[in-house]
Write a protein that binds this ligand. Sequence first.
Ligand SMILES: [Ca+2]
Length: 194
Amino acid sequence: MGKRLLAAATLLISLMFVYGMSSSNPPSPTTYALDSSSQTIGPWSAKFWNLPNPSKKLSSPPVMPERPADAEAQYKNVDLNLGVESPHPDINRNRFVAKFTNSTFLSKGVYTFSAKSDDGIRVYVNGEVVINKWHEHANIENAATVQLPEGPHFIAVEYYENGGTALLALSIEKTGNFDDNDNDQNSKNTTKIA
Ligand SMILES: [Ca+2]
C-alpha cells in the first residue's frame, strides 16, 4: 500500500514537473509565420518632423531631429507617392523629415531591399545602413541584398523632402537562401513580404 502511494505521488509530481516545464517555456512568436511563403511584415510606425523655414530650400541634407515628432501615423506599407502634397495635416508639403520603423520576425534567407525616393533616403537593417542616398535627387531606385538569420529584425527608413514632388516606397523580397559558408543561393521564386 505504501509503495503504491509512493508510486502515485511520484507520478503526480512527475506530471506536475513536466507540465510546469512546458508551461514555463517562452511563447513562440505567433505574430509572424516562420514559413517564408506566408510571412509578411506588420504595420510600420512613422514619425514626421517639420524642418524650420519651410519656404526656403535646404542648402545641405538635414540632421535627423532628436525632439519629439510633430506627427505620427501607422502604415501597412512604406509607399507614399505624395506628388506635391503633405503626408499629414500637421506636416509641411515641403521641407520635412520622416522615419519609418518595423520590428519583424523573419526566416533565414537572402533579402533584397528596394527603395524609391525623392528626395533623400537611408535604410537600416538591425542598425546598419544598407542604402544611403541622403541627398536631394529626383525619384531613383536603389537596392541592397542582405543575408539574415532567422529571428527578430529591426528595419528603419529615414527620409527627407526638400521641395518639388515627394515619393518614398520600400519593398522587401526574400530572394534566396544561404548556406553555412555564406554562399548565396538564388531562389527561383522570390517572395515579396513588404
Ligand atoms: Ca522632392
